[in-house]
Design a protein. Structure first.
Length: 247
């Protein structure tokens, strides 16, 4: 499968193709400081998600960092090298239930935004916009690539259950994506040499698109850069999900 250069492609933005490169300089000074990442990066990405989606609220409760050190702690924190998207069509039920009985990070997110679980229950639309940011060298062994959502159909996806993801206690249904009958049926893009002042935003859930039977997800996968030997350098990245609420 050819992976095209998203920097020079004429792409319409996340609402249509599912993903978008954005310029965003974070105020985080130490990406190894988990407390700083939570207190600084979560709210600044909530603000970015609100701007990009026009949602009334955006909630970020946690994040995932992928690096050799993270992978040593749990294998599921390695780069994911099969084509997938993070959530099946029924994910709205999991979102709402997670806020009914909030854990530490979720409770803090509600308090920071002045919300209660009732806001999530009554939201007329829920969109999950994810953000992926490279924190290490611009040229890495397993960068992330994205499939144009306009070139994939819902019936190409298959739900599978994930239990206790990376030891966090998270249980949900994700999507595996079937290979197309013809390689030309999918269009794949990556953004070469991403720097920490950039992020890729990509949609992984939208209750309106689920309702309409449309492609609500953005297939993505880590890919091997043939110019970079494995681990020289290894990928160091952070990703998080903004749950965007329209009330």
């Amino acid at each position: 499968m050819d992976i095209l250069d998203g920097r020079v492609a004429d792409l319409p933005g996340w609402q249509e193709c599912g993903f978008e490169l954005v310029s965003h300089a974070s105020a985080v000074t130490d990406w190894d400081d988990e407390a700083e990442v939570s207190s600084v990066h979560h709210p600044e990405m909530e603000a970015l998600a609100r701007t990009m989606t026009g949602a009334d609220f955006a909630l970020v409760s946690n994040h995932i960092k992928r690096s050799p050190d993270s992978a040593q702690r749990h294998q599921q924190l390695s780069p994911i090298t099969f084509v997938h998207s993070d959530f099946a069509a029924t994910h709205a039920d999991i979102i709402r239930s997670s806020y009914r009985d909030p854990r530490a990070g979720t409770a803090e997110t509600l308090a920071r935004n002045g919300l209660t679980a009732e806001t999530i229950e009554q939201a007329r639309r829920i969109v999950i916009l994810q953000f992926w940011r490279n924190l290490g060298p611009a040229k890495m062994d397993y960068p992330l690539a994205f499939c144009d959502a306009r070139t994939v159909r819902p019936e190409q996806s298959r739900a599978f259950h994930v239990s206790n993801y990376a030891g966090t206690g998270a249980n949900f249904d994700a999507l595996g994506i079937l290979a197309p009958g013809d390689e030309a049926d999918n269009a794949w893009y990556a953004f070469p040499e991403l720097v920490p002042e950039e992020a890729v935003a990509f949609r992984t859930y939208d209750t309106d698109l689920v309702r309409d039977g449309a492609t609500y997800f953005t297939p993505h996968s880590a890919i091997r850069d043939p110019e970079v030997p494995v681990g020289q350098p290894a990928r160091f990245s952070i990703e998080l999900r903004a749950t965007c609420l329209y009330v």
